[in-house]
Design a protein around this ligand. Sequence first.
Ligand SMILES: [Zn+2]
Length: 237
Amino acid sequence: MLCIGREARVPDVLPTGVACEAVRLFVESNKEVCYMGCCSLEELPEGYEWMDLRESFHVLPEAEYRMAGKASELLYFDRQHRYCGLCGAPMEWSSAISKRCTQCGDEIWPKLNTAIIVLIHRGEEALLVKAKNFRRDYYGLVAGFVETGESLEECVVREVMEETGLCINNIRYFGSQPWPYPMGLMIGFHADYAGGELELRDGELRTAEFFTRDNIPAIPGKMSMARMLIDDWLQSR
Ligand SMILES: [Zn+2]
């Protein structure tokens, strides 16, 4: 059983060669201690409850939520790389964050899926969109995965054009965020509208509209980069 708590740093408690079957976060009833583990239901200590990683954001201090996210990513990496992609032999942990093939020695590290998300300004307005894959009924921002051979800025321009038909310029870096669902890195930008008519093109969006600050619809919760960008815009009046 793998546990991560306040006293344990992530690398110290990683399993070596553990085949993880269940990855859950559980939180003590008083909400003060968290552990990330792979354990069966029978091993759940008294006074703890199962908790989804996303839900834990609303319960745990940020540092512990981040630690749980890292643990979740490493456990996912472990499960996804039980055998070598080159020769098929079993892999084993070679460090706290890497695995090595027991036969050919090839070493691998977790690979993050890098995604951009962008808030487009048009004067006092911002473009908010509803994507078909949103978990709830709210407006968010244009987002998409970075492709091979592409810079972050090129990705922002391409995603906006593909999804909305709009041209943008003046792309400004805002911030980044680990997104362990399951292995992501979200990178946020502001950008300015530079031309074009709104046209939902590649079928990923349900709707897209420009809103003013005093007329915004339902938006995502505080944990997301989308919300951080929208809040940044709202506060920049
Ligand atoms: Zn190998």
